[in-house]
Design a protein around this ligand. Sequence first.
Ligand code: ATP
Ligand code: MN
Length: 479
Amino acid sequence: MKRTKIKALLTSTAFGEEVVVKGWVRTKRENKEIAFIALNDGSIITNIQIVVDVANFNETILKQITTGAAISVTGKLIASGGKGQSVEIQATEIEVYGLADPEKYPLQPKEHSLEFLREIAHLRPRTNTFSAILRIRNTMAFGIHKFFNERGFVYLHTPILTASDCEGAGEMFRVTTLDPIKPPLTDVGTVNYKEDFFGRQANLTVSGQLEGELGAMALSEIYTFGPTFRAENSNTARHLAEFWMVEPEIAFADLEDNMNLAEDFLKYLIHEALENCQEDLAFLDQRFTKEESKKKQEDRSEWGLIEKLKIVLENNFERLTYTEAVKILVDSKPNKKGQFKYPISWGTDLQSEHERYLVEKHFKKPVILTNYPREIKSFYMKLDEDGKTVRAMDVLFPGIGEIIGGSQREEDLDKLVMRMKEVGLKEEDLWWYLDTRKFGTCPHSGFGLGFERLILFITGMGNIRDVIPFPRTPQNCEF
Ligand code: ATP
Ligand code: MN
């Protein structure tokens, strides 16, 4: 007989019919006459209850049914008398596929700390919290493709292996097939990358943007969605060494078009989550409230999780320049009382504490900051008329800080070359990128959304290591 997923059974009214469910045992309670098994197959956060008439079952099989075991149950679907569930299954036959020795199985039916669960990341998808996060992650990934597809964007696959080290070489992971103990050397004693696989130094990509621009200059509107890598040794709750990035690039578009796209995009995804992930969000909302209540009053979120999602959905994002934001921050109470860890003045990059003050305390809604000083932004951002600032935009979210970074690109060849010189980039290394400015250049814009930052926001989790199945961070590449 064909197996039915628990998600479908929980809303079924085919009472009396025989069904087959397969999944992993969450808990078993029993007395002399009757046993109750809570079974979960990952299709939904809710378990289905299996009712077992002990007298009709083989004692050995019943003993094998412990937390974590994989089983198949054949039985009759019946309306449930129990509180909080609509249906249950009266078992007629149970097959045990895989045992889970209760002495050794690390996931017990009690609350485990997130730190402990990171050590058993291979098993944590079997918990309520992580299965909810992974289902939401899936819905968001699908939503991203849906959003762009509905708008005629082309999904462009940009390379993961690159030879351009244009965005801060220190943060890149080198890719090589050279012998690590005895690499070939040049006459002056440095490693001879001419003998390496690509005949030159290669790295894992930190962003698909430059290639994304090449695509936009032919297809008008593209997006990339793939893994990116940064060897930043920062060890924060918002940085991973391997993360997923979504990068749209749009031709014939200025910064305002770019901001509109970013705002529409984020709202669309939040709406998708609220529509399609109700059970998981309800669970995470409760979890969020519980976690917040453990924090000090001044560190607590102003809003509940679902409330926060709705606030973002229902409000226009506040748009202001970096210069205006710095003024607000300089005049702010925490600055005057010396409560910011990092000092603030025009020209310095904003720290997460500053971003969160603007979003959570001052405006109480998402903020888009624009026109940053050129010195703290990338070479490809379009210079403003005053020559001091560039047409950059950062989207700042409650609880997160920067969730999107983007800009209008410099389409003027001479200005772009001048900016490259300033930051020490060689024209010949990026000849193909500069060609787009030589042949049919046009105004264009784009941004990058850190996929895991979005998932952090939607799920209300506090650490980015908990919203990707197998996190990679400094000193951590297990699983
Ligand atoms: P931050 O200042 O937070 O380090 P950034 O300025 O380095 O971010 P960008 O280079 O603009 O970020 O990348 C675009 C987006 O990618 C960011 O807005 C953020 O959402 C995400 N992002 C950047 N670095 C990481 C990382 N190490 N792990 C996860 N997401 C990241
Ligand atoms: Mn960074």
